[in-house]
Design a protein around this ligand. Structure first.
Ligand SMILES: Cc1cc2nc3c(=O)[nH]c(=O)nc-3n(C[C@H](O)[C@H](O)[C@H](O)COP(=O)(O)OP(=O)(O)OC[C@H]3O[C@@H](n4cnc5c(N)ncnc54)[C@H](O)[C@@H]3O)c2cc1C
Length: 596
């Protein structure tokens, strides 16, 4: 059976030593969350993930969700009880507004905790994850009456939320949406149409499911400018808050799919379902983007979480499995063979995964703290800067964490050899579950285009300029630090490559837009490599400070070893990305479509 231990100590190290947690104490939600409270919440949440959610992961995958003839959906054994305990423990609403019954704790805490719940059980974590997204969208764009009716139960997780965008003919290109909304005399809308692939669309975990649905009001302009956002509950809610009649929305079927079997992926049929407008008519996409941006970060965390749990199981296996002898002489001569951890190639796989995981966790925490700053800083300039950073990093985190997270799950599976392919070890489930993260919430190709086409040029390149300024400021500030210097030179190199790539895009994308498309995925990965390199530099600075203050332990030594490994063996990929980017679109576009 697979194992999982929540990396609470590492999260705390990042908060205390790398990001100077005290710096954020001026933010409103942080007065409720001094570091000892944060530590207690992370530890308890980690324990819940390890003890309640992780044991349900493998059996939940085997059993999957079942749709009954009446359209109801049954989740795997144990999920209902675990979900109730999750709600009762206040975990769903950890970062939801206290005004509506949430815990009102900082956003970063919800994100950090979600790594643990996802690593323990991704399929389970999606039910509260989507609920949090729906809560956030309603909080920002809902009319007061909608908020007071739905937010209290969504915030606590007593009701769950969904996101209904995709239709059979319409995935990435939301301008093609056909679902219709017809205005009724009472001000509500009758929504009709079919949505597919709707995560958590129907299940037995909560009394009500609140669907956020994109649809087109009669007579609306074509394309994305004619899309509106609606709230349509599974069960109508009476004025006194009690549950009323069943609404005209039902699960037509559930998809049979590669992974996340314990999360119900539903075809949802809206048949004149009663819905209410969220935000303004024809401005549905910006409103839905609150949910989508949150979900993109959530999916990024899924990439990291799968990489972490796969690593933990592969590392444990590599220390136990005896095969062959070390090339430099037997390490355990008393045994029939050495453990495979002695082999450089096995270490390569483990080191690559862990060097990613620790820096990715840092980048995730930094992005999540930026969210708190963007929403709560008393200083408008700090709010703006944090919002810029979060916006720029969102496609990078989503695209890079999930591409690499999946690749890492495969690498970890490889460490187990044939046993990695056998179900009982759990590794093949990590691979299957991680695979979807590259596809949903905007396929990764779309994330790369978002980065290159929207986030880089936005506001005259303000966010990107600030990002480069942040790193060059760090390099300048620390240039006299002899202990840190060997770690900074490689970072300087990759920043230079990213700057060259950015310049190349500025000069060549306008000439031929296909150059931007052809460069986008490599650019996103070069950006990720650089951002993770910067995280390693900050981690090393924190480690050296701790060591200089007299702390000495294996965990700190390991971080230095991982940083050296990252710089020596992973950063060189920057050169290949730059070479591919500057080769342009020509070779990609050379064949006519008919030749494929
Ligand atoms: C398990 C699962 C759960 C899901 N959950 C939800 C959910 O809860 N709610 C919801 O609304 N949807 C959900 N989805 C749908 C998911 O978000 C879409 O599958 C995804 O957005 C991609 O859309 P598509 O499948 O139609 O692919 P397409 O849009 O057809 O794209 C196919 C490929 O073409 C590429 N591509 C498309 N357009 C462009 C372009 N302009 N430039 C470059 N490349 C392009 C894409 O990157 C992709 O690789 C889920 C899907 C799955 C499988």
């Amino acid at each position: 059976m697979p194992v999982y231990k929540a990396p609470v100590g590492d999260t705390l190290f990042l908060l205390n030593d790398v990001f100077d947690f005290q710096r954020y104490s001026n933010l409103p939600r942080f007065s409720e969350a001094p570091i000892d409270v944060v530590e207690a919440v992370l530890s308890e949440g980690g324990k819940f993930a390890e003890e309640v959610l992780q044991p349900l992961n493998l059996p939940g995958d085997r059993e999957g969700c079942r749709r009954l003839p009446d359209g109801s959906v049954v989740t795997p054994k144990g999920f209902k009880e675990a979900y109730k305990a999750f709600v009762d423990g206040g975990w769903v609403g950890i970062s939801a507004s206290a005004e509506y019954g949430g815990q009102g704790l900082p956003h970063f805490l919800g994100v950090a905790l979600s790594e643990y719940t996802i690593a323990a059980n991704q399929a389970f974590a999606m039910y509260p994850g989507l609920t949090n997204g729906a809560t956030a969208a309603l909080q920002v764009h809902g009319a007061p009456a909608l908020k007071s009716r739905y937010l209290p139960k969504l915030s606590t997780g007593e009701w769950t939320g969904t996101m209904n965008l995709t239709e059979p003919h319409c995935g990435t290109d939301l301008g093609l949406i056909k679902t219709r909304a017809v205005k009724q005399e009472d001000g509500s809308y009758a929504i009709s149409g079919q949505k597919i692939f709707i995560s958590s669309g129907e299940h037995d975990l909560a009394d009500n499911i609140i669907h956020l649905v994109l649809a087109r009001i009669e007579g609306a302009p074509a394309g994305v400018k004619g899309i509106s956002l609606f709230l349509a509950p599974k069960i109508l809610v009476n004025d006194d808050g009690s549950l009323g009649a069943r609404n005209g929305v039902a699960c037509g079927s559930i998809e049979h799919k590669m992974g996340i079997h314990a999360n119900s992926t539903c075809v949802m049929n809206f048949d004149g379902a009663k819905g209410w407008l969220v935000g303004e008519e024809n401005r549905g996409l910006p409103a839905m983007f609150v949910m989508m941006n949150g979900a993109r970060l959530g999916v990024a965390v899924q990439g990291l979480a799968q990489s972490e749990v796969a690593y933990q199981n592969a590392a444990a296996y590599a220390k136990e499995r005896l095969q062959g002898r070390s090339l430099s002489g037997a390490k355990t001569p008393e045994k029939a063979a050495d453990p495979i951890i002695v082999h450089p190639d096995v270490r390569r796989m483990l080191m690559e995964i862990r060097a990613f995981n620790e820096a990715a966790r840092a980048l995730m925490v930094w992005a999540a703290l930026s969210e708190d700053e963007a929403l709560g800083s008393p200083d408008p300039a700090a709010r703006q800067a944090a919002d810029d950073r979060l916006g720029l990093l969102t496609p990078v985190l989503k695209g890079v964490f999930t591409d690499v997270g999946f690749a890492n799950a495969v690498k970890a599976q490889q460490v187990l050899g044939g046993h990695g392919y056998i179900s009982e070890w759990g590794m093949e489930q990590f691979v299957r579950d991680a695979r979807i993260t590259m596809i949903y919430e905007g396929a990764n190709g779309i994330q790369a285009l978002d980065l290159v086409g929207r986030k880089l040029p936005k506001d005259g390149g303000r966010a990107a300029t600030a990002f480069f300024g942040e790193i060059s400021g760090f390099l300048a500030q620390n240039k006299e630090d002899a202990a840190l210097a060997p770690y900074l030179a490689p970072l300087k190199g990759v920043v230079g490559q990213l700057q060259q790539a950015t310049m190349w895009l500025m000069q060549n994308a306008i000439k031929n837009p296909d150059n931007a498309g052809a460069a986008s995925t490599d650019y996103m990965h070069l950006f990720g490599l650089t951002a993770l390199g910067y995280m390693w530099a900050r981690i090393v600075k924190a480690v050296l400070a701790r060591q200089a203050a007299g702390t000495s332990n294996e965990a700190l030594d390991a971080k230095l070893a991982l940083a050296k490994f990252y710089n020596a063996r992973m950063l060189p990929e920057g050169g290949a990305h730059l070479a591919r980017i500057s080769s342009g679109a020509e070779t990609l576009m050379a064949l006519p479509a008919a030749a494929f």
